[in-house]
Design a binder for this molecule. Sequence first.
Ligand SMILES: C[S@@+](CC[C@H](N)C(=O)[O-])C[C@H]1O[C@@H](n2cnc3c(N)ncnc32)[C@H](O)[C@@H]1O
Length: 335
Amino acid sequence: MIAVSGRLPELAQAELEALGASPNALGEGWFEVSNTPELGDTGSIVRLAEQAEPPFQGTVGISFWGMEPSSRVVRALKGMGARRVVLPQSGGQLTIGQILGNKLAKAGNAELLQRSGDPAWYQATWWPDYAGFVRRDREAPHADPVRGMLPPQLARTLVNLATHGNRGLVVVDPFCGEGRVLMEAHVLGYQVAGSDIDSSAVAATRENLEWLGLAGPSVEVCDAIQSPRFADEGYVVATEPFLGRPQKGKPASGDTWLKEVLEVHQGFVNVWCGAAAPPQRLVSVVPRLVLQHGELALLDHLEIPAGWGASRVATYARSAAIVQRDIVVLEQRPG
Ligand SMILES: C[S@@+](CC[C@H](N)C(=O)[O-])C[C@H]1O[C@@H](n2cnc3c(N)ncnc32)[C@H](O)[C@@H]1O
């Protein structure tokens, strides 16, 4: 089976590894993976596909990776039995609107994937639940862009990197904001617990979780550093702590920003990694500030507690973002 990643192949690789899919990178964000039932739960994968053999009947859409759409392909597909061929509106890949509008997921039709330099045809067998992601992103009762909302797909990837798909673990977010991480964890079937220093954030997370049908969610006001609230059972932490105050433009110096964010992030990892019952794994967004000249990565200044190791799996950045997100996994070192 082939898994195709969104914009960040390195994040997809880490997520696939966490879910036990043993990815073998083929280039262009394509991975050969062993088939595991959790693959459809990923946040970073945009297609699962299998090698397909002609003839192709019905309406056939085609998405391209690493190559431009071409009329040669349309002719070839018609020669292989396709009744109608749908090409991307712009760019290389069909939009989800085209996939749904042309009923490409229905039996008898197909979305085929073509990759530069690979003569084989692949047929998509799964697409993400875009409608669900969009609904949670835009229609949840609380959405506060100033607080720094995580895109739902990224929130879901954080959950998978932390849990490795083990549904017996509680997912804890001690900087829950409006609850994006906990919402994705709940949708995936995890028990969740959250807290935030700000009572309005706690109320927002509660309402957002209730909107998803979770009755009486466990969300409390609490300082993640001074009076943390640990879970009683086996748990992981997946979180996006304080990213610093909103920036109006690229600053010349990041000294003040660094002091403020380091205090929170250092206190957080010290307290949670040093707890009597620490999390099985801690996945955190660690911010990186784009300066007028160069960048300032908080991770370079963070002291990782003794006995723990940290790895940065990817940097997530919207175009022109001044604050970018390093996705960091902290695990206890064996022995
Ligand atoms: C970037 S936001 C999290 C947003 C969240 N991931 C979401 O998408 O809804 C960071 C949150 O950390 C909270 N916070 C800051 N310092 C804190 C502390 N010491 N303890 C607990 N929460 C804190 C803020 O109130 C804010 O809601």
